[in-house]
Ligand binder design. Sequence first.
Ligand code: CO
Ligand code: ZN
Length: 326
Amino acid sequence: MIDLIKTLTEAWGPSGYEHHIRQIIHQEVEPYADDITIDSLGNLICRVGQGGKKVMVAAHMDEIGVMATYREKKTGYMRFANIGGLMTTTLRGNRVKFEDGTVGVIGVHANGGDKLDDFYIDVDDGSGDVIVPEGSPAGFWREMQVRGKRVIGKAMDDRIGCVVAIETMKKLNKQAPNETYFVFTVQEEVGLRGARPAAQALNPDVGIALDVTRTGDEAKGAKMAVKLGGGAAIKVHDPGLVVPPQIVQWMVDRAQADGIPYQRELLTGGTTDAAAIQLAGAGVPSGCISIPCRFIHTVSETVDLDDVQACINLLTGLVSNPIEFM
Ligand code: CO
Ligand code: ZN
């Protein structure tokens, strides 16, 4: 699983430019899906099983990033715009990678530092040539690292959710009493734009998003009960989704029956693809299995391998048993 986490987190794929990461995932899941389609926005939709309840599982492929907007005439430095929720505190000295592999370093103008306009990207290769045209998208760049049970990398949000979906597909090995659609979605970080039409088209009976969630175990962190190493986080509420109590209970019952460590999650900032899925068609009861993650939206997003395994086990249990509460 470590190798898969490394491959996926290091892959390139800012929102709207998921073609590389999609190809990697497509190859990985091919043997474990009964049917695979790519819709017009680029969502990768993999069906496993037939009959029973129709379940949509969503994990987003895209990552936050930047887009080069304007080349400074004197220096050649690139000004840039954000793709998704950038925090300016994470920018100084950070590295971004463009699609052709060019690595840029983010600098800050003298006395600047809290507005996007204060920053620029150095892409100078010493030749004086323009190697990054205006309009080029980039993702942040860092290699994945392992520290015991903890794995540190860029884009854990939400490649670790993709890993949970892929590993669950492997465990199912095409055997399931439900019709489960594993959807690797596009453009979550710019407003849940991929999950919405996918859910509309699939019209599932129930939706489950897989995404990272914040932890309350940072030094002066948010007052939040979720902690790293505490198990799969079963979402109860976030600003975009009130999880129907019967969905929470379905997940809690499963975790208890299978002896899977879990914790209840109440998130006070941000939301997930489940917020979009619930509004599809005539409405879809939806929940979320969250992977606890420290330092979200930085290049050092940190997860715990036991938590990841708990999420895989919980999702596998949910979709491989008959769904009777609805
Ligand atoms: Co995010
Ligand atoms: Zn996410």
